[in-house]
Design a protein around this ligand. Structure first.
Ligand SMILES: Cc1ncc(COP(=O)(O)O)c(C=O)c1O
Ligand SMILES: N[C@@H](CCOP(=O)(O)O)C(=O)O
Length: 453
């Protein structure tokens, strides 16, 4: 299987090449040339463990990696999760199920992809004998999960940019208290979108990319999105048979990587009902799915800081399909979006609904879910608990542990949510490497760190 760029100006890549690069050299995002059909395989996958399912799924996308190796990779990746189910599906009522995606090492859904991607990087470094500089931007959760996937690994340095003062204090501690010598947590002025912009500018400099062997760890990287497809299939297989055809997956959304993964699984033949994009007050995607109009606004800090995003990277992958796979049109539209223009797109015919929630609603919802179901949700997951369908089953993707956001959760439920992993971080010293929000100082920093080893 080969991977092509959404912008059509990069040669086809193998899976390993696409993973190593992360972002295509033309600025586009990699997608499989053709999506496989999984419909006929679902019945046979029903009795597999999570790791076995992931191995089966990935063999379809990277047959060049032997099946046995895939099984070893996924076994190792999901061995650090603290639930035997890896992604437990909890039933709150006949209509509402919650898929808990925060049983990995950093207590957020990002661990599903980043534990695996860390191992894929390790494999690549060993195979090619070439060091990697891994670069990403985070609004809180990707950074810590990426760091925990890569820390302490020979031949890998990881650089994570984040908006100074705009991630939750415990998220910052997860990134900056590891003590690992290959980890660089880099606070910058501005928003997550600014930091993500700096990452993309670094990838726009081919000499720099090849000098340090740069790889993108955000869901720009196709391995991230594919790893996230697996838990949609897993949850679907765990549902009562009569709920499967109509189930709506409700997905707290920021960079559009999570919900895109579910939608791609549906395009591959997962026969589910549809998806709801649940945003916070940074609601560009809600507005798009309501009106077809895509226009960036100001990012406003919220109780759900990991979703404080107005330039959703993975929207480009969806755009590619929305524009009939016309890469020339994708290039034009992306250029207009970069210039801040208001863009009107064909209204999606597909299976998306959208809702939004402001901070007052988030706090009320955490309290309400606690009262109704004795169940505690974090502020990102709370965004999903509005507009729930009455005529079919909803699966809410719970994307982070409430313990990562104790203030708002305690305020709403009266109890401080605690987790031993986070407690252990509270007394540790922070090590950060603040930089300006622009590519040149960052490139100099990366060159210096990479060459000093
Ligand atoms: C806890 C949490 N929920 C939801 C999201 C949104 O996911 P996505 O960016 O894939 O849309 C994020 C950040 O990505 C997050 O960290
Ligand atoms: N919410 C994310 C933002 C980056 O998303 P990604 O999935 O593209 O890496 C975060 O927590 O950093």
């Amino acid at each position: 299987m080969f991977y092509i760029s959404t912008r059509g100006q990069t040669r086809p890549h193998t899976f390993s090449e696409a993973v190593e690069a992360g972002l295509a050299t033309d600025g586009g995002l990699f997608l499989p040339e053709k999506l496989p059909d999984i419909a006929g395989k679902l019945a046979g996958w029903a009795s597999l463990s999570y790791a076995e399912l992931a191995a089966e799924f990935f063999q379809l996308f990277a047959p060049e990696i032997p099946a046995e190796e895939w099984r070893a990779l996924t076994q190792e990746a999901y061995s650090k999760f603290d639930s035997p189910d890896v992604a437990p599906l909890k039933k709150l009522s006949d209509q509402i199920h919650v898929l808990e995606l925060w049983h990995g090492p950093t207590l957020a859904f990002k661990d599903f992809a980043l534990q695996l991607l860390g191992l894929l990087y390790k494999r690549q470094v060993k195979l090619k004998g070439k060091k990697l500089a891994v670069l990403g931007a985070t609004s809180g959760d990707t950074g810590s999960a990426a760091i925990h996937g890569c820390m302490g690994q020979d031949g890998i340095d990881i650089f994570i940019l984040y908006p100074n003062g705009r991630v939750a204090p415990l998220q910052e501690r997860q990134m900056a208290c590891t003590g690992a010598s290959n980890v660089y947590a880099i606070p910058m002025p501005g928003t997550f979108d600014d930091a993500q912009g700096v990452v993309k500018e670094c990838f726009g400099d081919p000499a720099f990319v090849s000098a340090v062997n740069l790889s993108a760890v955000n869901s720009i990287n196709i391995a991230r999105v594919l790893a996230q497809c697996v838990y949609y299939i897993w949850a679907w297989l765990k549902l009562p048979a009569e709920a499967r055809a109509t189930v709506e997956f409700v997905v707290p959304t920021g960079n559009f990587g999570n919900v895109l993964a579910g939608w791609l699984a549906q395009q591959m033949g997962l026969p589910c009902g549809g998806f709801r994009v649940a945003t916070n007050q940074n609601d560009i995607l809600y507005r798009f799915f309501e009106s077809g109009e895509y226009k960036q606004g100001e990012v406003r800090p919220s109780y759900a800081p990991s979703m404080d995003i107005q330039a959703a990277s993975n929207f480009e992958r969806y755009l590619y399909f929305l524009l009939g796979k016309d890469q020339e049109q994708v290039r034009q539209v992306m250029l207009r979006m970069k210039q801040g223009e208001r863009v009107t797109l064909p209204k999606p015919k597909s299976s998306f609904r959208a809702t939004r929630m402001d901070d007052a609603m988030i706090a009320d919802t955490i309290a309400q879910v606690w009262r109704d179901y004795s169940y505690v949700v974090d502020p990102h997951t709370a965004c999903a608990f509005t507009g729930l369908a009455e005529d079919r089953v909803s699966v809410v993707l719970s994307t982070a542990s409430p313990a990562k956001f104790p203030e708002v959760v305690q305020e709403a439920t009266g109890t401080e949510p605690l987790h031993p992993t986070l407690e252990a971080l509270k007394d540790k010293a922070l090590q950060t490497y603040p930089l300006e929000s622009s590519p040149e100082p960052l490139k100099a920093f990366i060159r210096e760190k990479v060459s000093g080893k």
